[in-house]
Ligand binder design. Structure first.
Ligand SMILES: [Ca+2]
Ligand SMILES: [Ca+2]
Length: 142
């Protein structure tokens, strides 16, 4: 009996592909929480939370990743042209992250998710509160 040299190759290919698909695609919540907690005290304050959420949203709107959000990108991401003009205080038609963070419209919008996450109402969100908030939010989306 002779074993053909190539007979093991398809099995190996399946094994390698199987391993690759188990890699996580999304950033774990703990990592996101640590990123938001800029002074690393284990609690995310309203200011830390707002800055983090605004940066997160900004990066999603910035489709061509040039560090600027145009009116077109903002509207394509679900925003309104009127709000874009309020955010883009420089009037260049391209909003920066600094403009987004300084915008009252955006900060007011971000106050709602913070209040929802801060169940204990003590002005800061723990990792447990954050995880519970994301779980509730995901449940609403589905
Ligand atoms: Ca903190
Ligand atoms: Ca852009």
């Amino acid at each position: 009996m002779k074993l053909r040299p190539g007979s093991l190759l398809p099995i190996l290919a399946v094994a390698v592909t199987g391993c690759a698909t188990t890699a996580p695609k999304t950033v774990p919540l703990e990592q996101r929480f640590k990123k938001a907690d800029t002074n690393a005290d284990g609690r995310v304050t309203r200011a830390e939370f707002t800055d983090f959420m605004i940066e997160d949203a900004f990066l999603r709107y910035d489709r061509n990743h040039d560090g600027l959000v145009t009116e077109e990108e903002y509207v394509a991401g679900g925003g309104t042209a009127a709000n874009f003009r309020k955010i883009n205080t420089s009037g260049t038609g391209k909003a920066t992250l600094a403009e987004a963070r300084a915008s009252k419209v955006i900060r007011d919008t971000m106050a709602v998710p913070f209040d929802e996450a801060d169940v204990s109402r003590n002005g800061s969100v723990t990792l447990e509160e954050y995880q519970a908030y994301i779980a509730r939010r995901d449940a609403e989306v589905r």
